[in-house]
Design a protein around this ligand. Structure first.
Ligand SMILES: NC(=[NH2+])NCCC[C@H](N)C(=O)O
Length: 291
């Protein structure tokens, strides 16, 4: 912290490419590549079912359902980010400590047990629970405001805009805790551990660098957050709508046909606004497919 290695996002990007080639930008990729499939499946499944369990669709319930999903997915997210953080920070030398994500978690488990694999769990919960509430609430508000409806020619661009903005707002909402979580998960990688916990990490960081320390890396996080979450929400929305459309068909048929068996969030009636974790207004009779 006393002698920052990078002057900012662009300098960091240039330094990595110069020292480790473009491949240096993909260090630690295995961990999120493996974990995010399960994390996103868990997030959208838990959010949709929690929203229905809460009984009615309201901004508060959108937030609460998102927060529940954010908390539960920490079970995977925390160890996944621990491995990613350590692999991203380790030197690219032949004598590097970890050979990959699984080797990283296996070594941590051998040396520190389950507690070590879940290092940073509390800070991850403090970051993810409110941020996922903001994530889904923002998406709900924006898709309503943009009148996202099946058959709308601009549906996908609207979903991309709403999803990307939701990602930005969610990361802004708890970003300081992300800085703390990253420091706790990296602690001890180069020398003796220096933090005794979340509060101590916040206190030491603030004393060393002032309040700006809690915005470090924010630019690169936001640069990444928009496209990642635009793609996530648009893909989930379009894939679920086709999956649902094959089962329930247009809204008027859904009312005439008995509701499909199995978990309703998977193949709910097309016009059931409570059925999925995202907002699509009931089909208009003339709208046959999503635009
Ligand atoms: N910490 C958060 N802001 N979580 C909500 C967004 C999560 C999303 N999967 C992303 O990586 O951007």
């Amino acid at each position: 912290m006393e002698k920052p290695q990078y002057r900012g996002t662009l300098h960091c990007f240039q330094s990595i490419v110069k020292q480790e080639s473009v491949l240096g930008l993909y260090k630690g990729l295995g961990s999120p590549l493996t974990g995010l499939t399960f994390i996103n499946a868990l997030v959208f499944g838990v959010q949709g079912n929690t929203l229905r369990a809460l009984g009615h669709d309201s901004p508060l319930n959108q937030f609460l359902a998102g927060a529940a999903a954010g908390a539960i997915q920490c079970v995977i997210c925390c160890p996944m980010e621990l491995a990613k953080t350590r692999l991203q920070l380790q030197d690219a030398s032949p004598t590097r400590t970890y050979r990959g994500s699984l080797d990283c978690l296996a070594q941590i488990y051998r040396h520190e047990g389950l507690r070590g694999v879940n290092r940073g769990m509390v800070s991850t919960l403090l970051r993810e629970t409110p941020s996922f509430g903001v994530y889904f609430l923002t998406y709900d508000v924006l898709t309503r405001a943009l009148c996202c409806e099946p058959g709308d020619r601009l549906l996908v661009p609207k979903l991309l805009l709403a999803g990307g903005t939701s990602g930005i707002m969610s990361w802004l909402s708890t970003y300081p805790m992300d800085v703390v979580k990253s420091r706790l998960q990296a602690d001890g990688l180069r020398g003796a551990p220096r933090y005794r916990g979340i509060v101590d990490c916040m206190r030491q960081s603030y004393r060393a660098e002032g309040w700006r320390v809690f915005t470090r890396g924010l630019a690169s996080t936001l640069l990444r957050a928009f496209p990642v979450n635009a793609a996530t929400f648009a893909t989930v929305t379009v894939v679920l709508s086709y999956a649902r459309g094959e089962e329930a068909g247009p809204c008027r048929r859904a009312r005439l046909c008995p509701p499909p068996r199995g978990p309703r969030w998977l193949s709910p009636p097309a016009c059931d606004p409570m059925a999925v974790p995202w907002r699509i207004a009931p089909r208009r009779p003339e709208a046959q497919t999503l635009g």
